[in-house]
Design a protein around this ligand. Structure first.
Ligand code: NAP
Ligand code: MG
Length: 410
């Protein structure tokens, strides 16, 4: 074999949990290390290490991405109360993704990986739909109260204290009006600067990829909060992007979120759908599933300063991990995780002027798609594929088939 490809700047590597952690190791062993002198700065975001470091490791990883510019992340567990017991956690750590997104103030772009033989559930979706998810604020930085026990019957107010100390307040709900009620309350926020950088990121990406940009919020109901998103998008578009969009013949299109959802279903794809944080979280899973499999969705977080974090859009595939631990064959599809690595290596190659690394990333993607198009696939795709000749392989055998294609250059 010819000499391995060299890297100059380390890639920030964020390891994760469960089945995706197994995949991570195999991808490095079989697809990367034989071809590249892999240079990474490693952070273990597996739950045990997060517990050991009281989650300092996540914050350090986010800083490292800011410093080096490109990261690649394995899926990891967002703990809930069951995970707290399972891993003996001392705190319910926030989602690593939320911490990293907040640190980078980035926008997440998710696009399906399309290959021959896998037709979307919505047959008119002939081109990819890229979801741009605003990765800052709203629910993910929310503050919540359970109005129960000693809080029962409480009056919930929103108090805004100005820098000069003056306050304004509004009653959110008085839980005592109809007798001492129990319930829930939540406070959320966003910042004009983050919404503006979200709008700019979406418009830049639309220009880069020459696609229309669609955006919708619920500004008929949320006349201040959601309306602010609509107004900022409109201002940014009119002031900085309108001319470029018109020159390229692409469109910025705003409508109520309900109307956008209806139009997305009827569309042929081929546009960017800008979504607020929660909408993007939910709709990206819907779009990924409709295009075939969650394992066929790429995801990249782009900060306004041009830092990138690549990952697969799916989680740690817990059910498969328990099968793996029992020594059973698993059908975990590694495509999105491979594309996270190829995306990160390509970007590193572009930034560092390493054409061999860029070309390797392209060949790795081509070899992965060629494997599926040759009819060799994991169970999730086997169930969807319209190919006449197809063969179901397990997680590791799929990677071994990709290696064959990569080594032979097909
Ligand atoms: P998940 O890991 O995405 O898996 C849900 C189901 O989707 C799987 O059971 C499997 O279906 C299918 N699936 C997902 N990825 C697949 C792949 N690569 N190949 C084949 N099938 C795949 O979601 P989850 O089970 O809700 O979450 C598990 C853990 O992941 C949770 O602890 C959650 O916090 C975490 N999570 C992390 C991230 C992240 O780090 N980015 C994102 C989401 C969730 P079948 O079982 O039917 O085969
Ligand atoms: Mg989601």
């Amino acid at each position: 074999m010819s000499e391995k490809i060299k890297m100059t700047t380390p890639l920030v590597e964020l390891d994760g949990d469960e089945m995706t952690r197994i995949l991570w190791g195999w991808i490095k062993e079989l697809l990367l290390e034989p071809f590249i002198e892999l240079k990474t700065e490693y952070y273990d975001l597996g739950l045990r290490e997060r517990e050991r470091t009281r989650d300092e490791v996540t914050r350090a990883a986010a800083e490292a991405i800011k410093h080096h510019g490109v990261g690649v992340k394995c899926a990891n567990i967002t703990p809930n109360s069951e995970r707290m017991t399972e891993y003996g956690l001392s705190a319910l750590y926030k989602s690593s993704n939320a911490t990293i997104r907040a640190a980078l103030d980035g926008t997440v772009f998710r696009a399906p990986i399309i290959c021959k033989g896998i037709t979307p559930y919505i047959p008119n979706w002939q081109k990819p739909i890229t979801i741009a998810r605003h990765a800052f604020g709203d629910l993910y930085k929310g503050t919540e109260f359970s109005i129960a026990n000693e809080m029962r019957g409480a009056k919930v107010e929103l108090v805004v204290t100005r820098p000069d100390g003056q306050t304004s307040s509004a009653v959110v709900n008085d839980f005592n009006i109809k007798g001492s009620e129990t319930g829930i309350a939540q406070g959320i926020f966003n910042t004009d600067s983050s919404i503006e950088s979200f709008a700019r990121a979406c418009m830049n990406f639309a220009i880069d990829t020459r696609q229309d940009l669609w955006f919708g919020v619920k500004d008929t109901i949320s006349v201040t909060y959601d309306r602010r998103f609509r107004d900022i998008f409109e201002e940014v578009y009119q002031q900085s992007y309108r001319q470029q969009f018109e020159d390229l013949g692409i469109e910025y299109f705003y409508s109520l979120i309900d109307d956008i959802v209806a139009r997305v279903i009827r569309s042929n794809g081929g546009f960017i759908w800008a979504c607020r944080n929660y909408d993007g979280d939910v709709m990206s899973d819907m779009v990924a599933t409709a295009f075939g499999s969650l394992a066929m969705m790429t995801s990249v977080l782009v900060s306004p300063q041009g830092q990138y974090e690549f990952e697969a859009a799916h989680g740690t595939v817990q059910r498969h991990y328990y099968q793996y631990l029992k020594g059973e064959r698993t059908s975990t599809n590694s495509t999105a995780t491979i594309f996270a690595w190829s995306g990160a290596l390509r970007k590193r190659g572009e930034l560092d002027g390493l054409p061999e690394l860029v070309s390797f990333a392209n060949r790795l993607e081509a070899a992965t798609l060629a494997t599926i198009e040759q009819g060799v696939m994991t169970g999730d795709l086997y169930a969807l594929s319209g190919l006449q000749q197809k063969r179901k392989v397990d997680t590791r055998d799929f990677l071994l088939e990709v290696v064959k294609n990569l080594a032979s250059g097909s």
